[in-house]
Design a protein around this ligand. Sequence first.
Ligand code: CA
Length: 436
Amino acid sequence: MFILNETHDPARRSWIETANRAGSDFPIQNLPFCMFYRAGQVARPGVAIGDTILDLVEAAELNLLGEHIGPTLHDCIGTGLNSLMRLDRGILSNLRKQLSNLLSASGGEGEGHRERLLVRRDDVALCLPAAIGAFTDFFTSLHHTERGGRVTRPDNPVPPNFRYMPIAYNSRASSVRVSGEGVRRPNGQWRKEDGTVQFGPTEALDFELELGAFVGKGNELGSPIPIGSAEDHIFGYCLLNDWSARDIQRWESFPLGPFLSKSLSTSISPFVVTSEALAPFRVAALKRPDGDPAPLPYLHCDSDQRLGGIDLSMEALIQTAKMRDSNEPPFRVTRTNFKEMYWTVAQMLAHHTSNGCNLAAGDLIGSGTASGSADESRACLSEIAAGGRPVDLPNGESRVWLHDGDVVVFRARAERDGCVSIGFGECQGRVLQARA
Ligand code: CA
């Protein structure tokens, strides 16, 4: 775990005014990384601060980030943050200090180079933060598992392995897309209630509100990452929408698990909030219900039990085409908190590599639908509408599943008394009509 330092100091302010506004996702205490490009240029690494982005390559060329980081940042141009992600924690922590000092209102050297260093976020395009070699999706909310299981296994909704291991499957990396890209309603095969099997556009398109984790330093094939050092291998976090076609999923998932119902597309937010930025918001791992087994030794360590949770409130909103036409804002349908997850991210990583499976910088890990215990924290439509009650929207429309033209927006904020709260930016995507 990271120790708090001057970069987390709540009194610290930036010479970039918009970073100091209450409610900004990107105050000087955050400093999330991204990949951005100006019209006609290749993508380059940056850091979000207020409503602007700091151009890291320019900062390195001005010698504002120390001597050694320049070549790494150049490696990122046109490729992604992978070279940065695989650096040692000490180097990354040092870079964070340099960036914080550069942007600090008290003597930050950057202000004199404002024109060269900063671009307005609205003037550039953001792209995937890394070249994602692999995408693994977990299933680590007990509440999501329970509510889903009640439909298919009412007597025994939680599978017997759930409390022993963080369950996951290898998902599809090539269809991970950055926030803002449209999501095409997929065609697929499923069985209708009358027993006929057909192929056509899904009639049950859903979102799944998840946290994404980017692997930093990887491991060699055959060398598991022990639970005690698993945190050191997480570079940072983003929001992740694991779009799901429930009718296709129900039909195809036995016996090998989901396939085309999930690989249609996955959206992630463009900013990677680093593990170090989230340090003030770490909490104890979830206290297991009485009678549940303790984690096996390879999934247990004291520091992870003490600080493996993340106090992060997350929400999902829907804006239909009709709402957009009448300038109505997106409507919140879910509000949950990541601290309610049954397994920690370190446990996911330790389990993932326990057989020697190798992870690499830029690999993406999805937490699974982050549902909490309360009804308002059901983090996908299949949970919300499971009782047959659709989501009622303020303009009189309602939704059991997503319609074409609907936009789904995710947001997240970490807040704590005595700290400056930080946000994740948005992860959003619009549902596009299926291909004929
Ligand atoms: Ca999922």
